[in-house]
Ligand binder design. Structure first.
Ligand SMILES: C[S@@+](CC[C@H](N)C(=O)[O-])C[C@H]1O[C@@H](n2cnc3c(N)ncnc32)[C@H](O)[C@@H]1O
Length: 255
């Protein structure tokens, strides 16, 4: 029989849980803000398209390894079997916040240890092209942010879970909903990510590696996520999958 970890549910215990959740949330927000600068080559001394210092092979191995660590952490910790095991060790109300915290740590490791390579694949210096690329890059991040609110921003980042625990209320899982963007594609948040990583006026080898590995990761993550969504929502999700394209509105592949 599974033993779920319970917390000290005194007022102080609940305050601690709430503060932990808020800390994890803000750590993730800061990491995301850094990601915008890192991917878009804005403000930061080292970003995806900086010049390389290392040999090409060493840099490629390190960069792919770092992305592998992130992919492993992000997918493994999201699996139900992992959560069932994990919540025997940590209390359930902080499971999502801890996932968010570990995701931030994995991303920080990527930013910290990333080896830029240089070597330009494409570069657009004229103003119109730059405006187009940066507008699509910005649009991508806006789509990511708005999509989190369309699902439930506070549940996605663990704040709802810790708040309900603080209030001594039972957690209720989110309903399956398809508002706004979700009427046109099943994975708008990932569409936003794809725009943010590919829409760059300067594409170097390291950026290309980042974009390719992330794209492959997103395509694999979609399969895992949809399997879970079918398990949870059954026919409702299967019908949705038949009617709404995965990533490209109107013309994209339905399932
Ligand atoms: C990072 S979000 C990405 C959501 C979606 N794949 C996208 O790209 O917009 C992952 C979480 O969203 C949930 N989710 C995905 N589609 C959903 C929907 N239509 N309604 C409610 N939750 C959804 C999944 O169960 C998962 O916990």
């Amino acid at each position: 029989m599974q033993q779920q970890q319970t917390f000290d549910n005194s007022f102080l215990g609940r305050v601690f849980v709430l503060l932990y959740g808020v800390f994890c949330y803000f750590a993730f927000l800061l990491t995301c803000a850094y990601a915008v600068g890192f991917i878009g080559n804005i403000f930061l001394p080292k970003s995806l398209d900086s010049n390389g210092q290392e040999s090409l092979v060493t840099a490629l191995l390190i960069d792919v390894g770092l992305l592998g660590i992130f992919a492993l952490q992000h997918s493994l910790m999201a699996r139900q079997q992992f959560k069932d095991w994990w919540t025997q060790l940590i209390p359930k109300p902080i499971e999502r916040s801890t996932y968010v915290l570990f995701s931030s740590l994995a991303l920080i490791l990527v930013f910290w240890q990333w080896r830029p390579i240089g070597i330009t694949i494409w570069q657009f210096d004229n103003l119109v092209a730059q405006i187009i690329f940066y507008s699509l890059f910005t649009l991508g991040w806006i789509i990511v942010l708005v999509s989190t609110f369309l699902i439930n921003h506070f549940d996605l980042f663990g704040l709802r879970q810790v708040y309900l625990y603080f209030e001594e209320k039972e957690y209720t899982p989110l309903k399956f909903e398809t508002p706004a963007f979700y009427q046109y594609v099943r994975h708008p948040l990932y569409v936003g990510w794809l725009l943010a990583i590919w829409m760059t006026p300067l594409m170097t080898v390291a950026h290309l590696v980042f974009a390719l590995v992330t794209t492959i990761y997103i395509l694999v993550a979609i399969q895992l996520e949809e399997k879970d969504l079918v398990d949870i929502h059954g026919e409702k999700y299967k019908n949705y999958r038949r009617e709404v394209p995965m990533l490209i509105p109107f013309i994209g592949k339905k399932s």
